[in-house]
Ligand binder design. Sequence first.
Ligand SMILES: Nc1ncnc2c1ncn2[C@@H]1O[C@H](COP(=O)(O)OP(=O)(O)OP(=O)(O)O)[C@@H](O)[C@H]1O
Length: 294
Amino acid sequence: MNRPHCLAVENLRKSFHSGGRVVRALNGVSLQLHQGETLGVIGESGSGKSTLGRIAVGLDTASAGSVMIDGERLEALTPALRRQRLRTCQMIFQDPYSSLNPRLTIGRQIGEGLLSAGMSDWRAIRQVVEDLLERVGLKREMHDRYPHEFSGGQRQRIAIARALAPGPRIVVADEPVSALDVSIQAQILDLMAELQAEKQLSYLFISHDMAVIARLCDRIAVMHRGRLVETGPARSVIEAPAHPYTRMLLDAVPRFGRRRSGARPVSVTLPQHGDDDVLVTIADGHQVLRSNGS
Ligand SMILES: Nc1ncnc2c1ncn2[C@@H]1O[C@H](COP(=O)(O)OP(=O)(O)OP(=O)(O)O)[C@@H](O)[C@H]1O
């Protein structure tokens, strides 16, 4: 893919110190999000996906490595410029209820994003917020209601409106539909796809669900224990997975497990990856982590 990248992380590392142990949540992750694409990040719980997303939007800092927006390394910028660049990146979380303030109206919460983007006239802000509410499938008069007055799907629509308010170009969505019923999931994914086309958004879409990733994503990045083990065009990764862990994820979804030839493995032995393992290109844009020397 020759499109320029709007967000990139380079050799990102993150360790947490917890209960006397060190958890290596990210162990040298590099990837690029191209303009207008949806890059799906998939992996089991604890593989480091949320940590990657939080660092990408500036909600957490890396232990080492770089985050770049439009080619600019954030750590080289002044705090004011860094904040300005990060405004182009917004995040949508799995559980909109806990990310929304129960004591503030939804209009106020969506409006805060407009304030941070420089608007100051509350009448104008209200107008834009009502337009946003309508755009995400809610009613303008819902402006003055509180989060508890909405269903889970409606709250995720509110969270999407809030993320869009500052006018981002990059949206990191961390399991945005995992807490929703399947029929509501489809509506939210459709809405996200429409908004992407309309506003030329780039999505870093985090999920543990291969079916959801396959539905929405142009490219897929597979994470396992803080490492990127495979990345490539969605079709190539789904039809010709090269890493045993990717095959295991696909085999767990009947639709994909059956599509490929060969018997379904009874058990999978996953390779232990060392620090000096490298991503090797196996097809156009398709890379897999291999032990150095194999
Ligand atoms: N604030 C923290 N303090 C200590 N350990 C943490 C912290 N945040 C994450 N971790 C650990 O880092 C590892 C990666 O966590 P992360 O949440 O990024 O994974 P994930 O793939 O997003 O999983 P999930 O889907 O369950 O959120 C896990 O072992 C997790 O326990």
